[in-house]
Design a protein around this ligand. Structure first.
Ligand SMILES: [Zn+2]
Length: 532
């Protein structure tokens, strides 16, 4: 490894007008895998998340509940913060845009830098505004006059607003994105953004009147009649949290001088992150993010998740019943990292039973039981390697390369699929080698090599499980630890992790510790469940 590099990764910050559902859990968990992976590689990682609180949506949600906006965002921000312990999401920092001075300082500094550059100007504006989307629409973007996302008629707004001169940056943005200096993953999203640029970039509104904002939000510097419009405010969280406002050391370390600055976002906000945000930074003379990774949406039973269709799936009850890693596994493996994917409770339980209980849990159980039964619970030293042993060891090297490649491509589902291919091969190895036959032969004095072959086999299996535990560490951290505990080995959780991915001698002499069944099986749910 080269010297430690700084590595910064963020989730988007959600509006807090509702409870977190599994769609946002997906983003948190995906981001967590990258953060954990880079910590294990020895990078100095900072993983940031938070909440977008200065939105009219929050004001309206509070009005509906008959409480103050401040009380609503306070309560709901805590629910988002609680996702960390609930999902095993290892964020280092959580920023609340409505409550923190460091954020206001950062927003003011960025606004003033863009204004000094001549990129902020005031003009009268008329437009059709959807509060649900927090954006203006052109007539042509509407479906029968209604917002394409919310199916409601946008309100007609006419007032003086501040604008940001996005049009000035079209050429620069095109060059940076085309050349991957600002890398947009996957390629389909990159092409979409290049398409936006080719169709022309209009300056965008970055403020609204105090009256329309209902007094909620950060006032425009030197013009208290206007409030800063959500995107200019919200996007700034990525640097305000690091202390951009007062040029703090963390801002220098994790933004200005870091090796990677990665934003993980949903596909509906690509335009804001890939165009508006980099343009604001170019204007202010601040370095751009290096990578924007765009994930798809989760549907539930094929339907878009929405309160009105009653199909909101909250992560809490799933974690409570099936375990944290069961949810992490489903979202990371069954939802393509870059495409839309579907959640149904029956598919969730089927996947749990097939992949986690039958394949992984059962493998651990068999290996620990055989080592206990045939070798008094101690992993033996191997004898000479035979053909099936060599084959499995070869697959372990392939696994290491596959996982590394898929993670650098952001294809988390393929990385986990590679681990499960190896788990399947290890299960097949047991069936092929038949250790129980070797154990019987070993008792038989006319089969002198059987005991040695049995020892080699059990060592191969223990070593395979040790590698599986280490490969799973960024994805399913609890499961990785449970595997290591039952194998009686140390789980490398620091920068020694990459060397632990190589086949070796580390399990010889380990004392296995038979424990609880890792993933007890569940009945498939009956279809009358709230979500089938
Ligand atoms: Zn809308």
């Amino acid at each position: 490894m080269n010297s430690q590099s700084h590595w910064y990764i963020t989730t988007s910050i959600p509006y807090v007008n509702a409870q977190p559902h599994i769609g946002f859990a997906l983003e948190e968990i995906q981001t967590d895998v990258f953060a954990r992976y880079h910590r294990l590689l020895g990078d100095a990682v900072r993983f940031q998340t938070g909440t977008d609180e200065n939105s009219l949506k929050n004001v309206q949600a509070a009005e509906r509940e008959g409480i103050s906006t401040a009380a609503l965002v306070e309560r709901n921000a805590q629910r988002f913060q609680a996702l960390g312990p609930l999902l095993g999401v290892s964020f280092d920092d959580f920023i609340r845009t409505g409550a923190e001075q460091r954020h206001i300082d950062g927003v003011y500094k960025l606004w003033r830098a863009c204004a000094a550059r001549g990129d902020i100007y005031k003009r009268p504006y008329q437009g059709l505004y959807c509060v649900g989307c927090e954006q203006f629409y052109e007539e042509a973007d509407l479906v029968n006059g209604l917002c394409p996302n919310h199916g409601v008629r946008p309100e007609f707004v006419e007032e003086e607003n501040y604008f940001f001169r996005l049009s000035r940056y079209a050429t620069d943005l095109h060059r940076l994105i085309e050349s991957d200096q600002l890398r947009i993953v996957p390629e389909t999203r990159k092409n979409e953004v290049l398409g936006f640029i080719q169709r022309g970039l209009l300056d965008f509104s970055i403020s609204r009147s105090q009256a329309r904002a209902k007094g909620w939000g950060i006032p425009v510097p030197d013009d208290p009649s206007q409030v800063i419009y959500v995107w200019f405010d919200a996007l700034t969280n990525y640097i305000s949290a690091l202390g951009y406002g007062d040029d703090a050391p963390a801002y220098q370390r994790y933004w200005v001088n870091s090796a990677q600055r990665t934003h993980v976002i949903g596909k509906d906000i690509t335009r804001f992150h890939a165009l508006y945000w980099p343009a604001m930074l170019l204007s202010a003379g601040v370095p751009l993010p290096t990578t924007i990774f765009v994930h798809g949406f989760i549907t539930v039973n094929g339907q878009k998740i929405s309160k009105s269709s009653g199909n909101v799936v909250e992560p809490g009850p799933l974690v409570e019943q099936y375990g944290r890693d069961a949810l992490r596994y489903y979202l990371l493996r069954k939802i393509s990292a870059t495409e839309d994917g579907d959640f149904t409770l029956s598919e969730f339980v089927r996947t749990y039973n097939a992949d986690l209980a039958d394949q992984l849990g059962n493998l651990l159980n068999r290996v620990v039981r055989m080592i206990t039964q045939y070798c008094n619970g101690v992993v033996p030293a191997p004898g000479p390697l035979r053909e099936p042993d060599q084959q499995l060891i070869g697959l372990a090297a392939t696994l290491r390369a596959d996982v590394e490649r898929e993670l650098s491509n952001f294809t988390l589902h393929k990385a986990l699929a590679a681990v499960w291919t190896f788990i399947a091969a290890t299960n097949k190895y047991i069936v092929d080698v038949e250790p129980w036959v070797l154990a019987r032969q070993a008792k038989n004095s006319d089969q002198p090599t059987a005991a040695q072959t049995l020892a080699t086999t059990l060592w191969v299996l223990a070593e395979a499980l040790r590698l599986i535990a280490h490969q799973l560490a960024p994805f399913l951290p609890e499961t990785a630890q449970a595997l290591a505990n039952q194998l009686g080995i140390v789980l490398h959780g620091d920068a020694t992790w990459p060397t632990a991915l190589y086949w070796g001698q580390a399990t010889i002499g380990a004392q296995v510790q038979p424990g609880q069944v890792l993933f007890p099986k569940y009945e498939l749910p009956v279809s009358s469940a709230a979500y089938g």
